[in-house]
Design a protein around this ligand. Structure first.
Ligand code: FES
Length: 131
């Protein structure tokens, strides 16, 4: 298994909650990095259905059942990614699909925020992803 590489995305100060970056890993993989409520998550930018650029889809939430029959409430706003082609939805935090989480998922990658002492880099470090 090849060793993992670290790819620097940008300073954390320039990557606020609710934003995403799409990066080229340099080996044919495209990866989407998301800031969800202040934490970074990375997913393969390839939908397991028919290969759309999943990470360019709508970031949204989902309906969840309540204890009342037939009642739902909107939840997890900003944590669900909807594929732009046919609407399959994925949990950005885990890569698992909403409709079949144990069998349909997209690859995830570890992210870190690395402190940097480079001139001009603000406090908060650099967002990196391990691929
Ligand atoms: S290609 Fe993503 S849902 Fe069809």
């Amino acid at each position: 298994m090849p060793e993992k590489r670290s790819i620097t995305i940008c300073p954390a100060a320039e990557f606020p909650p609710g934003e995403r970056r799409i990066i080229d890993a340099g080996d044919g993989r495209s990866i989407g990095v998301f800031n969800v409520h202040g934490k970074y998550y990375a997913l393969r930018n390839l939908c397991p259905h028919e290969g759309a650029e999943l990470c360019r889809g709508l970031v949204t939430g989902m309906n969840a059942e309540t204890t009342e029959v037939g009642e739902y409430r909107w939840t997890r706003e900003g944590e669900i990614l909807r594929c732009p082609w046919h609407g399959w939805e994925f949990d950005i935090l885990t890569g698992r699909s909403v409709f079949n989480p144990n069998q349909v998922r997209v690859a995830t990658y570890e992210t870190t925020v690395v402190e940097s002492f480079e001139v001009g880099v603000d406090e908060g470090g650099m967002v990196t992803v391990l691929v």
